[in-house]
Write a protein that binds this ligand. Structure first.
Ligand code: PEP
Ligand code: MN
Length: 346
């Protein structure tokens, strides 16, 4: 059940509702939205009786039953798309967001050169890993806090917001000081102590789909973050592992369309990790725009052959500029579709 409190509900009314839900045998998860408090009640019991009783309490606007296992992130809970505002841009609304940058932050000149180039080409945010989740312990593990400082310099130089990965719950506060959006990598999608810690930060979270995770598991992980207090979650399809080995992963584009039926959260696509091959990034990026993704995460490096990580899937700067030009007409069509959707929803 989800209980929406009225706009001007008092603290006392909210506490009374929480207590009553607990008396009825349910567990309470509440989130403080931008405008109102919303309370989730999870458990088994006489739902109809509980709904009727709660709805009659002072300060309650509505109480509804949600059948999906994920509650706060479901479309049943919220029929309109969630818009996430970062640094003057809005993801999930009428603007298509391209986030670009290297797999890893490697040096000041590398990140500054990339940031300036991607900003000029029209990217809205800079990506770059300072903490890297690598399969081999002998591979480059990232510059850690030094890398975060370089990302800050790149932000100061270009005005681009920063997206960077956090791998451990003990690093959330530190990374959140530097990042505008915290990325959770595929390998950490079900790191539940990390997901709970993310619930306690106010920074938006970009949650990547685990390489062997179902859509439902992805939504359940998003639910962890929201149920623990942070409603600003973006999802990211980055390819899943299948029997196919010709591409690094198999890009599940249908998941993007399905997710926008199942959830109100924005959905991004990462064609770099989804394919592992630079030549496939532009066509998959176009397909992601066409299928209605909210934005793209693209790896770009000034010198991909020398990249410390993921060079084979990174675009060079001229290749990224070309892609941004080619995406132009696709994005304009996307904007028209969003506009039409907005006016038909009114
Ligand atoms: C990344 O974006 O740098 C990354 C490691 O991606 P993923 O977690 O999707 O493999
Ligand atoms: Mn990478």
């Amino acid at each position: 059940m989800i209980i929406s409190m009225a706009l001007h509900a008092t603290r006392e009314q909210i506490d009374q509702v929480r207590e009553r839900i607990q008396e009825l045998g349910y567990k309470v998860h509440s989130i403080q939205g931008e405008e109102r408090v919303v309370i989730g009640a999870v458990g088994v019991g006489d739902v109809t009786r509980c709904l009727e009783q709660i709805e009659a309490m002072p300060g309650v606007e509505s109480a509804v039953r949600i059948s999906a296992p994920y509650k706060f992130v479901s479309r049943e809970f919220r029929s309109v798309r969630t818009r996430i505002r970062v640094n003057g841009i809005e993801i999930g609304g009428g603007e298509f967001a391209v986030i670009a940058g290297p797999g890893s932050v490697e040096s000041e000149s590398q990140i500054l050169e990339t940031a300036e180039a991607v900003a000029k080409a029209g990217a809205k945010m800079l990506r770059g890993g300072a903490y890297k989740a690598r399969t081999s312990p002998y591979d480059f593990q990232g510059m850690e806090e030094e890398g975060l400082k370089l990302l800050r310099k790149a932000k100061e130089a270009t005005g681009l917001a920063i997206l960077t990965e956090v791998m451990s719950d003990s690093d959330v506060d530190l990374v959140a000081e530097y990042a505008d959006i915290l990325q959770i990598g595929a390998r950490n999608m079900q790191n539940f102590s990390l997901l709970k810690a993310l619930g306690r930060t106010t920074r938006p979270i970009l949650l990547k789909r685990g390489m062997s995770s179902t859509i439902r598991e992805l939504l359940m992980s998003a639910e962890y973050i929201v149920a623990h207090g942070n409603p600003n979650v973006l999802l990211c399809e980055r390819g899943i592992r299948t029997f196919e080995t010709a591409t690094r992963n198999t890009c599940d584009l249908a998941a993007v369309a399905l997710l926008s039926e199942l959830t109100h959260l924005p959905v991004m696509v990462d064609p770099s990790h989804a394919t592992g091959r630079r030549s496939l990034v532009p066509p998959v990026a176009k397909a992601a725009v066409a299928i209605g993704a909210d934005g793209l995460l693209i790896e770009v490096h000034p010198n991909p052959e020398k990249a410390y990580s993921d060079g084979a899937q990174s675009l060079s700067i001229p290749q990224f500029e070309r892609l941004m030009q080619d995406l132009g007409p696709h994005i304009r069509l996307w904007e028209q579709t969003r506009l039409a959707e907005g006016s038909s929803a009114v």
